[in-house]
Ligand binder design. Structure first.
Ligand code: NAP
Length: 249
């Protein structure tokens, strides 16, 4: 594939203000894509896009709340007007609202399902059609190992992540004839703000379940995402890649 083609590709990465999403955005920018960094706060996606530009890449910032279908639809309309097609979509924005089921409020259920899962439906619905018309596209959904195994205290989060996996497999089948691939990554414990909130006892217990005996780094996920978004992964679709130090085998 010519460098010119790659340099004309546009990627949207949600949750790109911090952590895994920011790492993915930086990797894609290093690969020559124009990256739209989406996050909830202006300051966080702004800083991510600035850092990419300072490193010589191309990036824009887009602050929206992905739990709102209306905000996603409006943002996609503007993006498609500007770029005609978004070639790569990484659905990474996510939150946790952990609690045991009997203590979980309905809002905690709805916030997690809307932010982590329903957002993927809206982004893919808005950006998938131009990809299928162009007969090239990459969609990567950042799920979690708990979408495969379940986790006590995370019924809302596990259900959302399992939903992302079902969505990935269904859309891989729907879009395959148009050379648009849809894959999921299921990270284990990765060092980010999300895991820094965990209690030390929980972190020690988690380490005991990881054969490689360490938490993963953002780059471990970003490298996998960059591969799945590249031309090299053209024969890979409908898959879930666990990147978890061997937790789930
Ligand atoms: P993080 O450090 O907490 O960052 C989350 C990002 O998502 C932030 O940029 C945040 O925006 C954005 N975001 C959250 N809610 C949003 C909303 N309503 N609208 C727009 N943006 C929103 O998270 P992370 O650890 O990097 O995790 C990234 C993804 O990986 C998540 O889907 C998570 O479930 C998944 N994951 C993480 C781990 C892990 O160990 N860290 C393991 C498995 C799966 P702001 O910056 O503006 O706040």
């Amino acid at each position: 594939m010519s460098e010119e083609t790659i340099n004309n590709r546009v990627a949207v990465v949600t949750g790109a203000g911090r952590g895994i999403g920011r790492g993915i955005a930086e990797s894609l920018a290093r690969d020559g894509l124009h990256v739209v960094c989406v996050s909830k706060s202006e300051s966080s996606c702004g800083a991510a896009a600035d850092a990419i530009r300072q490193a010589g890449g191309q990036a824009d910032a887009l602050a929206i709340d992905v739990s709102s279908g209306e905000q996603i639809r409006q943002a996609c309309e503007a993006l498609l007007e500007k770029h005609q097609c978004v070639d790569v979509l990484v659905n990474n924005a996510g939150i946790t609202r952990d609690n045991l089921l009997f203590r979980m409020e309905e809002d905690d259920w709805n916030d997690v399902i809307h932010t982590n899962l329903t957002s993927c439906f809206h982004w893919i619905k808005a950006l998938g059609r131009p990809m299928t018309r162009k007969r090239w596209g990459r969609i990567v959904n950042v799920a979690s190992v708990v979408g495969l195994t379940g986790n006590a205290g995370q019924a809302n989060y596990s259900a959302a992540k399992a939903g992302m996996i079902g969505l990935t497999k269904s859309l891989a089948r729907e879009f395959a004839a148009r050379s648009v691939t849809v894959n999921a990554i299921a990270p284990g414990f990765i060092d980010t703000d999300m895991t820094s909130e965990l209690d030390e006892r929980v972190k020690d217990a988690a380490l005991g379940t990881i054969p490689l005996k360490r938490f993963g780094q953002v780059s471990d996920i970003a490298e996998m995402a960059a591969f799945l978004c590249s031309d090299k992964a053209s024969y890979v679709t409908g898959q879930v890649f666990t990147v978890d130090g061997g937790m789930v085998m």
